[in-house]
Design a protein around this ligand. Structure first.
Ligand SMILES: Cc1cc2nc3c(=O)[nH]c(=O)nc-3n(C[C@H](O)[C@H](O)[C@H](O)COP(=O)(O)O)c2cc1C
Length: 513
């Protein structure tokens, strides 16, 4: 078993899965439609229990919901309606599109290739109108399948070595990721996508939790085998990636009622055959925590330092105040979200950009972000069309609320190239790149820090999506040429790794006005 504390595995995986102009040109991979994986996990022997389908309107503005969280010790427990709301607005089917011969289902959160490799499971005590149990969320039926009856929250408490939010949460949602569902298209790079796609989903989930008045906390430190065993997933195929503790009650999770017996539940194979990409499973094994001691010592202060002090010209951000900001409710914003497929080359305002950056980066409640408000990723921008801001490359100094100009110029062609030669980043008003210095992160958290940094980027990227749609702008996640991104932002970004990219602007479909 590879030790989490030896970060060589993360470096090996990261370097081996970089995109470059040459790697894309020489990759002969194609999507074999004869083995296209099923988009849903199906338990053929379990009947789903339907969830209430009415979307309750909290009326909470999306720009508030993404920026705030409910204090950790606020007494609150979700009822069945709230559970349905959380699931629908994070992983539910929000749009259907028909193509000759088949229907295609799009979900609440953006996901690479629309492959939806993230599954959600509930581990809860007795909630109003929902009995204690372990449940699998079935988006196709919008229902829950009960895998275990009884209160198994103590298993998560032990797996997280006493994490307080888990100890007091009436409900924890466990997010798993299924390798083949995404690797069919993206091969070994899929392990990065786990973090991104789990992250965009969590951005929605956290925002909805806030709107419902529920404290929420993302937990990445847990004994992998214990959680996988509780869900009875086959860890060669599907693995627990993150937990989210939801709500707070003073009472601690009770003792486990019985031993965790094997379930032997049948599931439908995703396709006739699967192709193995061992690198991603090696990365997972090397970032797994195997003992209580390992989990306990994993949590620590986040190694953050402020982005290098600014030497270039500074522009202060001018975000909308609470009174000025658009107040579109979070439910409506999530339901109308969809990745922009073509950007209009039109201006957004500095206030809109400021609001995007300000609201999306006010902190994520997570066990790897301590003190609250810490952040692993640094944001760098290529600005093409922002009123009052010269086109160019910028570094975002979050703590000071300013952008530092690294170089001025029209970089539309560069942005198009960096975003894998796609038109979207060239046409957007602004491209936000996430870069992280992996060295201190891996030193502090071991290989598991690699999961955390990808997950955080996905969450922040997901918040940017929501902040854009709340302002009637468009957004899309994008992939990129790793080392060329670092080179573009250097010397400022020297030594950092490219983690994530989001393009923002007006959709060509919806003209501003
Ligand atoms: C991390 C991430 C990377 C993505 N990369 C690309 C990309 O390189 N090119 C692209 O056209 N769309 C990209 N997308 C958009 C997805 O294709 C899109 O989210 C998916 O088809 C689901 O559609 P929806 O977002 O409209 O619901 C990306 C999305 C995410 C979350």
């Amino acid at each position: 078993m590879t030790d989490n504390r030896n970060p060589e595995a993360a470096w090996t995986y990261h370097d081996a899965t970089k995109h470059s102009y040459a790697s894309i040109r020489t990759n002969t991979h194609f999507m074999d439609w004869s083995i296209q994986p099923l988009p849903f996990k199906i338990y053929p022997t379990l009947e789903p229990m339907r969830l209430p389908s009415e979307v309750h309107q909290t009326g909470v503005a999306a720009l508030s919901a993404i920026a705030e969280s409910v204090p950790a010790l606020t007494s609150a427990a979700p009822d069945l309606e709230a559970v349905a709301q959380l699931l629908y607005l994070s992983a539910g089917i929000t749009r259907k599109r028909s193509y000759p011969g088949r229907e295609f289902y799009f979900r609440a959160a953006a996901c690479t290739g629309a492959l939806y490799e993230v599954e959600l499971y509930l581990v809860c005590g007795d909630l109003a109108k929902l009995q204690a149990g372990v449940y699998h969320f079935a988006p196709a039926e919008f229902g829950l399948r009960r895998l275990r009856a009884g209160d198994f929250r103590r298993v998560l408490l032990e797996a997280t070595c006493g994490e307080p939010s888990i100890a007091h949460a009436p409900l924890t949602i466990v997010c798993t990721c299924t390798y083949w569902r995404n690797a069919w298209e993206y091969q070994a790079r899929t392990y990065r996508h786990f973090g991104w796609d789990n992250g965009t989903l969590l951005a929605n989930l956290l925002a909805v939790a806030t709107a419902l008045g529920l404290p929420a906390r993302v937990v990445c430190g847990f004994g992998d085998a214990d959680v996988n065993r509780l869900l009875e997933v086959d860890p060669q195929r599907e693995v627990a990636f993150s937990l989210v503790a939801l709500g707070y009650t003073a009472a601690l999770a009770p003792q486990v009622p019985a031993e965790i017996s094997p379930l032997h539940l049948e599931t439908v194979p995703l396709s006739q055959r699967e192709v193995d990409y061992p690198l991603m499973r090696e990365m997972h094994a090397a970032s797994s925590l195997d003992s209580a001691v390992e989990v306990e010592t994993w949590r620590g202060r986040t190694p953050t330092k402020n982005i290098s002090p600014s030497a270039g010209p500074i522009v202060s951000l001018e975000p909308f105040t609470d009174a000025e900001m658009p107040r579109d409710p979070v439910e409506q914003v999530i339901q109308r979200r969809g990745s922009t497929r073509k950007f209009a080359r039109s201006l957004i305002t500095l206030r809109q950009l400021s609001t995007l950056l300000d609201r999306a980066t006010r902190g994520v409640p997570a066990d790897f972000l301590d003190p609250p408000g810490a952040q692993l990723n640094d944001l760098y921008l290529i600005v093409h069309a922002v009123e009052g801001l010269a086109p160019g490359a910028y570094a975002f100094h979050r703590s000071r609320g300013v952008l530092e100009c690294l170089k001025q110029g029209n970089f539309r062609a560069d942005a198009g190239y960096l975003g894998l030669g796609q038109e979207l980043p060239a046409d957007a008003a602004v491209d936000v790149f996430f870069l992280a210095d992996l060295r201190p992160i891996l030193q502090c958290f071991g290989n598991r820090g690699y999961r955390a940094v990808q997950l955080e980027a996905g969450i922040l990227g997901g918040k940017l999506y929501l902040a854009a749609y709340a302002q009637r702008l468009g957004a899309t996640g994008l992939t990129f040429f790793d080392d060329d991104v670092t080179k573009f932002f250097s010397p400022h970004a020297e030594g950092k790794s490219a983690i994530f990219l989001v393009a923002l602007g007006h959709s060509a479909k919806h003209k501003p006005g």
